[in-house]
Design a protein around this ligand. Sequence first.
Ligand SMILES: Nc1ncnc2c1ncn2[C@@H]1O[C@H](COP(=O)(O)OP(=O)(O)OP(=O)(O)O)[C@@H](O)[C@H]1O
Ligand SMILES: [Mg+2]
Length: 270
Amino acid sequence: MQYKTDQEIQSENATLDIRGLSLDYIMQDQNIHAVVDLNLVARMGKITALVGESGSGKSTVALAVMGIQGKNAVVSSGEIYLGGTDILSMPKKDMRSYISNHASIIFQDPIDSLNPLLTVGEQLVEAILIHEKITKNQARTIALNQLLAVSLPQPEKLMKKYPFMLSGGMCQRVMIAIASVFHPPLLIADEPTTALDVTIQAQILHQLDSMRKRDGTAILLITHDLGVVAEIADDVCIMKDGHIVESGTVDDIFCNPQHTYTRQLLAAAL
Ligand SMILES: Nc1ncnc2c1ncn2[C@@H]1O[C@H](COP(=O)(O)OP(=O)(O)OP(=O)(O)O)[C@@H](O)[C@H]1O
Ligand SMILES: [Mg+2]
């Protein structure tokens, strides 16, 4: 009988499987090693939290998975398997459309992420038509359902509104509606609730959790907030200075932390 390696076991059900990723930002006077030999797995139907102090490289990982890291970013090694295919080995022109069919991202500031010149309805319909060959009317019906699915009331009225007319929490729900419109296997949420009131934060996290349950989406949740992690995450990766210093299930990390830095983070959160 042939035994599987830990990596093979971990990779099963992996919607996202990052292996040995190193990424530098090339600057005039120096190179910044933003991500160093990083391994990370996000599993289908599970929430994986990526936690670490400011500047540790969390957003850089997210941008690399979406293929939208800046021009001065250079991947020096590693693979990013999304839906089983290494996006880094794809030709650039195929990579963009492959990623947009497999992953979505939402950011900290939902108002900045929406187009200020288009109504909510126009933006949702546009997002749907990118992925489906259907009529505008059919797309409108899907858009209305999407808004209901993220618990936004009066979707007919909302469709006609511009982003500046909405609260931050409503904008973030619209972003989730747009991001989940084609049921992407992976959703990355980069500090999705940091800019929102505490009560609204809980509602947004609930929406992400519903998406995971309903669509089996793998969610990579980037957050500073260990309270959020304890409440909602299945798996946790702790990041420091570009490295993952520790990863495991939420119980492993909270009940039996191995790394000094993880212990410090937990102590600071108490
Ligand atoms: N476009 C860029 N060019 C050069 N350096 C960058 C660029 N983007 C990020 N960096 C640097 O890379 C490192 C990692 O940044 P990153 O934004 O990924 O951290 P983060 O963990 O998301 O931080 P935060 O919690 O503040 O959002 C930092 O040292 C940052 O200054
Ligand atoms: Mg960040």
